[in-house]
Design a protein around this ligand. Structure first.
Ligand SMILES: NC(=O)C1=CN([C@@H]2O[C@H](COP(=O)(O)OP(=O)(O)OC[C@H]3O[C@@H](n4cnc5c(N)ncnc54)[C@H](OP(=O)(O)O)[C@@H]3O)[C@@H](O)[C@H]2O)C=CC1
Ligand SMILES: CC(=O)N[C@@H](CCC(=O)OP(=O)(O)O)C(=O)O
Length: 339
């Protein structure tokens, strides 16, 4: 255990939705101190974060500063850890320099998640940089062990987090290909304006059918092929995944319950529920709620998370807690949420 009161850190993409959640969590964390909150260089001036998020006025006295690469040496002298909440290509471009400067990088984008380079290229349309650490842990927090020497940690995507947490405990009981139907709130698409995510355009519908980049990520995480259909709903935040999986012959409810208990009884941020979970119960929290029922030799699993917290910022902080040997839920137990 590192006996440090305050580990200095920085957030890139702090003006965005998952970035501002990171800023809020780190600002209130007992063992991390937020030294820098960067926006993109497209913004000309530094400004209080409350000028973008007025709900933070009087609560979060943080200055957003445009990132420029000439700040790198100053950053490397003053902080130990950086959290990247950037578009995938921006993360891929900046991470190698940060690592070479000796910083520990928790990356929330998809730039470093897929191990197979052709699957990565197909999903993201650019090649991963090759000057990277050979081992980049995929940080599904409840299923990852960080020892505190890693240089770069890939934080899972929002849909893969909820889908993999729901499926991994029972994969040895499943015979065939699970099917994941998941509905996300609009904050999943980020803060940047786009026609198809504007309020009057969004109406519950599937998208990315058979093409979404999270399909290979979920398959990698569960070690099995998967069918994945994301949907966009007209609400702000949260993801509800409904999953159908054919069971091996004779698998009982008791066996399923035992598998979930074994996986999660000691995990503070996964709740095994007696009822199907609702998004309202997880929004603003770092929890993943899971409910599973055996029906006609299939398993029906319902699972919910807050996409910006357990699906992004809170999972990154949970991993940083693990990295520095703090309790996994440290700083994550208050209900919150900025956006
Ligand atoms: N939203 C979600 O639910 C989830 C998002 N993620 C991932 O997290 C990352 C951020 O997503 P999200 O918060 O939604 O995105 P937003 O669009 O809300 O924010 C993007 C942020 O990145 C900054 N930025 C953009 N381009 C650059 C650049 N070239 N250099 C430096 N900064 C840049 C923006 O700054 P500026 O404001 O100045 O443009 C902004 O702060 C993405 O990779 C996303 O896939 C992961 C899980 C869930
Ligand atoms: C509703 C919506 O648009 N969601 C995003 C996924 C969320 C996200 O930002 O992707 P990562 O988790 O891979 O970082 C999408 O489908 O592209």
């Amino acid at each position: 255990m590192e006996h440090v009161k305050s580990i200095p850190c920085a957030v890139f993409g702090a003006s965005g939705y998952s970035g501002v959640e990171l800023v809020s969590l780190l600002h209130n964390h007992p063992h991390f101190s937020l030294e820098y909150a960067f926006s993109s260089s497209a913004r000309e001036d530094a400004e209080p974060i409350a000028s973008l998020y007025p709900q933070l006025a009087g609560q979060l006295d943080v200055i957003l500063q445009p990132w420029h690469s000439d700040l790198l040496s100053q950053l490397a002298q003053q902080v130990r850890v950086v959290f990247l909440a950037l578009p995938h290509e921006a993360s891929a471009a900046i991470a190698p320099a940060l690592i070479n400067a000796g910083l520990v990088v928790f990356d929330l984008s998809g730039a470093f998640r897929l191990r197979d380079s052709s699957a990565h290229f197909q999903a993201y349309g650019f090649a991963r940089p090759d000057d990277l650490p050979t081992e980049i842990p995929y940080g599904l927090a409840e299923w990852t062990t960080l020892i505190g020497t890693e240089q770069l940690i890939a934080v899972p995507g929002c849909y893969p987090t909820v889908s993999s947490l729901a499926l991994k405990p029972v994969m040895s009981l499943i015979d065939g290909v699970p099917m994941v139907n998941a509905v996300s709130g609009v904050s999943g698409a980020g803060r940047k304006a786009a026609g198809h995510t504007s309020f009057c355009e969004v109406s519950l519908a599937a998208y990315g059918v058979a093409t979404h980049r999270h399909q290979p990520e979920i398959a990698q995480a569960i070690g099995r092929d998967v069918i994945f259909v994301p949907h966009l709903g007209n609400f702000k935040r949260g993801i509800l995944a409904t999953i159908y999986a054919p069971l091996k012959s004779g698998v009982s409810q008791a066996t399923v319950d035992k598998a979930y208990q074994q996986a999660y009884a000691a995990e503070p941020l996964v709740r095994l529920c007696q009822q199907p979970p609702a998004i309202k119960n997880v929004v603003g929290t770092a929890f993943c709620d899971i409910h599973a029922v055996v029906h006609q030799n299939h398993l029906i699993i319902c699972a919910a998370i807050d996409n910006l917290l357990k699906g992004a910022a809170a999972q990154a902080v949970q991993l940083a807690n693990q990295y520095f040997d703090f309790a996994p839920a440290l700083g994550l137990q208050q209900r919150g949420g900025v956006v």
